[in-house]
Design a protein around this ligand. Sequence first.
Ligand SMILES: NC(=O)c1ccc[n+]([C@@H]2O[C@H](COP(=O)([O-])OP(=O)(O)OC[C@H]3O[C@@H](n4cnc5c(N)ncnc54)[C@H](O)[C@@H]3O)[C@@H](O)[C@H]2O)c1
Length: 413
Amino acid sequence: MPRPQVLIVGGGMITHDQLLPSLYHIQRQGRIGQIAVCASRFSTVRDLARAALLLRAFPGQSFRALPERDGPPQPDLYREAIAALPPRQIVVVAVPDQLHYEVVMAALNRDQHVLCVKPLALEYGHAAAIEREARARRLLVAVEYHKRFDDRSLMARRKYRAGAFGEFRLGAARLFEKWYYRHSNFQNWMTAEHSDAFTYIGCHYVDLVHFITGLMPVSVSVYGVRDRFPNGNEGFLWTDARVVWSNGACLNVQNGLGFPDDAPGTNTQGLVLYCGGEDKGALLEHSDQYRGLKYSYTCQPDAPGVTIYAEPSPDYFQYVDFGGEGLTPVGYGYRSVEYILSSIIRLESRPELLDEFDRAGIIATPCNSSYNERVIEAGRQSILNGGAPVEIPQAQPPATNHQPPATASEARP
Ligand SMILES: NC(=O)c1ccc[n+]([C@@H]2O[C@H](COP(=O)([O-])OP(=O)(O)OC[C@H]3O[C@@H](n4cnc5c(N)ncnc54)[C@H](O)[C@@H]3O)[C@@H](O)[C@H]2O)c1
């Protein structure tokens, strides 16, 4: 594939923090061509183009900004931008959750590969429609669950699937973003009628438990606490979910936009799985926020949520200086984007890889990860009904290359 063009739809936080810098770095290596970013408002792409950290890290690089000039919002401009691409380029979908489906379908209908931020869609039926369309056109749709590319997740997956932990029985996961998130653009879309803290961030840990164990979720209940954003919009800003798995195991997932701004670290998050082997307990615990670094600065940094005493994560997304001009992005946020982009590039010369990606289960595709949409759809029903349990219809899991042990007794470390 000659260097593909990349169009990012959406110019918000995730585009600034992870997607655009990852793509700039891949472009710097000569592996992709022009990058365009399409938002509905000119001010979004203008501010992104002026972002100081991106200018410092990628001197001489830029993106094509759409809209090109100021004016009223253009929520359908992305359709023209997609239509202007030659077929089989790459569209990166980074708009609010409830818009993913229409943007992904618009890209597929124009024969474009897709990288979509999580969650792919809010309903299982939408994920299934995306899968049908992508399969018919032999295009890759990759859902960017970057925690999969954290080495600790890949280590846990390999050891669990080799039987080292026996069988998952009971566990807990948490991810609380800082309070200041309430003041961001989230207050305009993460509202009670569209989303909730579990849908927005809990899905990462549901996906990880499947990624590690191969188990499928069978029922979910989500209790949500309604709270107000600063603009008065109401959201389920605190959620407590119980996800039951195909072997009867149970995972509690707590989420919120409420971790204190004055606390160290950009959030608090982690996972603990209690497991059982043959007459032996087993434990898998990840502290995903505290990665062993303690920094105490001489003065308070001027950025939201950054504290004078900090516990930064070196693992998600950082810039390092290898000398020369600019900075190099490192971390699993970069690796995830790079893995997906290089898979798309390889796919263009080896079409048989598409089925292999579905089977391998490293990249989340609509075929191998639509349990996530089933959980989200059931979770939304539950939260709107006071936390009532909702059964998840079972689909056949795709045959992956690494099947988990069927029972604890088959498990051998
Ligand atoms: N950890 C993660 O995986 C992670 C983290 C953050 C966000 N996300 C996901 O990324 C998506 C975007 O989140 P964000 O944090 O960047 O939100 P954000 O509110 O900062 O940005 C959303 C962007 O979408 C753009 N947009 C909205 N409607 C549009 C339209 N019709 N056409 C073009 N652009 C449009 C807005 O202009 C804005 O730039 C969400 O789905 C979110 O769940 C994932």
